[in-house]
Write a protein that binds this ligand. Structure first.
Ligand SMILES: Cc1ncc(COP(=O)(O)O)c(C=O)c1O
Length: 460
């Protein structure tokens, strides 16, 4: 029988142990969460599938967990359980829930009007902050990382007059139509589960594997690729780190073939102050960042070089009057700008990053030690303050290898085990995030709980 992703065997752990843990942990969750259960039942009356957004069904819990409040790196649910939160709204709250400077900014702006479609005094200040932090001179604001990526793709097509976008197999850049392709046995195909797509995406998108410069060059040679859109390390299919020289090679090939380079830092902003781009001295033409940039207020930004700004102005002049298709009404509103000002200047600071990176090391080394003690062939990867344990012995080189390493059934069991013991990790693969508010005690609790989980899995 061919093994599906869900039934794939897990080296060192019996599949019966995983099933048994899942059953035990589901029962424990049902017992412990009567208020969540009641609210989940009530919500079915008016919400599609019982939730306001399908993410809430992606968790390991048998029904959605209902949060009551969160502050710093601690979240409390409606049944009164407190969690060490390593999910952090999967990055939207990467710098902690309700950081004080952002709370103050929200309070200040809340009585002055939230959205005017006009600039405010924050605009020049935030432009300067973005430029100082990320090194690109020009910026625009959107509301989600998805939008920032969509808008930048449109700009790239406009300035290069080329049709295609190149993406990495296994990438995720938000709900951007052009990116919903993967390589399937080496051939581009729509991502599994994609709905309502009537266009042949292969007409506008080229897909290659990460860390493969030869494939990249073959794709760029045709001269029809407007831009490469990539994360500097893939973070949405487990974690795939760039091999030495890969990102420099990519930038060189992009330059050689007249293709623009977009670095999506929405997740890799975890790397350190200024994101992966600054830490590794990358030179993208465009840079996108969403989720945590305004401390959890919906907001995203994209930055670009002076050369791009000039080419964008030329493209605008050529397009003439009308509507560019770039922009949404609430983008760059007064609240976003005021919160970004507070977050960039007082929360995303080098000192806070130092704390996050130290804790990430503590978490990675701690989980590694637990894995080693039990002799399971797993490993840990981290990109700064984003750390992930992977149920495979070696680091994947690309999306295909990362996908092959996934063990969804095991992940469900581990996530629920942790959640039932007050540790929340992101519902996708085994992703953890460290914030300025996270404490060493919280990290040690996670490490010890992973150890306990492994003991139970190995004992069965
Ligand atoms: C790298 C990356 N870019 C963009 C996005 C899209 O973010 P949003 O859903 O806030 O638009 C995500 C979401 O996970 C992401 O991981």
């Amino acid at each position: 029988m061919q093994q599906t992703e869900a039934t794939r065997s897990v080296p060192g752990i019996a599949s019966s142990a995983i099933d048994a843990m899942l059953k035990r942990e589901r029962d424990r969750f049902l017992q412990a969460n009567p208020t969540s259960a009641k609210l989940a039942e009530q919500a079915k009356a008016h919400w599609h599938n019982g939730v306001p957004m399908h993410w809430m069904l992606d968790w390991s819990t048998p029904f959605p967990l209902y949060a009551k409040e969160a502050r710093g790196a601690t979240l409390t649910d409606v049944d009164g359980h407190a969690y060490d939160d390593f999910c952090l709204g999967d990055t939207g709250s990467m710098f902690g829930h309700s950081p004080e400077p952002v709370v103050r900014a929200i309070r200040e702006q809340s009585t002055r009007g939230l959205t005017y479609m006009l600039s405010t005094e924050d605009v020049p200040v935030v432009g300067q902050l973005l430029s100082d932090m990320f090194g690109l001179p020009f910026w625009q604001v959107a509301t989600t990382a998805t939008d920032a990526n969509r808008f930048v793709i449109r700009w790239c097509r406009a300035v290069t007059k080329r049709p295609k976008v190149l993406i990495m197999s296994g990438c995720y850049h938000g709900a951007v139509d052009d990116t919903f392709l993967r390589l399937d046995n080496g051939k581009p195909a729509n991502r599994a589960g994609l709905m309502g797509q009537i266009y042949d995406l292969t007409q506008g998108t080229v897909v290659v594997e990460f860390n493969d410069l030869e494939a990249l060059e073959r794709a760029l040679k045709a001269g029809d690729v407007a831009c490469i859109l990539t994360e500097p390390a893939l973070t949405n299919i487990g974690m795939v780190l760039p091999e030495p020289g890969y990102l420099d090679g990519m930038a060189a090939l992009a330059k050689q073939y007249g293709t623009l380079l977009i670095i999506d830092e929405t997740h890799t902003i975890s790397t350190g102050y200024g994101g992966y781009t600054r830490m590794h001295n990358l030179k993208p033409d465009f840079f996108t960042l969403g989720k945590p940039v305004a401390g959890g207020i919906p907001c995203s930004v994209f930055g670009f070089t002076a050369e791009m700004a000039e080419r964008m102005r030329r493209a605008e002049a050529e397009a003439g009057p009308g509507y560019s298709g770039i922009g949404t009404t609430l983008s760059a509103n007064a609240l976003q700008l005021h919160c970004m000002r507070a977050n960039l200047s007082e929360v995303m600071t080098p000192a806070n990053y130092r704390h996050m990176l130290d804790l990430s090391e503590r978490l990675a080394r701690g989980v590694e030690a637990e894995i080693r003690k039990r002799n399971v062939p797993w490993h840990v990867s981290n990109v700064g303050a984003r750390a992930e344990f992977v149920c495979a012995p070696t680091r994947p080189k690309n999306g295909a290898e990362a996908k092959a390493a996934m063990r969804p059934q095991l992940e469900l069991a581990v996530h629920l085990y942790l959640l039932n013991r007050g540790v929340l990790i992101a519902p996708f693969h085994n992703m953890t995030l460290l914030s300025p508010a996270t404490t060493a005690a919280q990290v040690d609790h996670l490490v010890a709980t992973v150890g306990g989980c492994l003991d139970e899995l190995k004992a069965a």
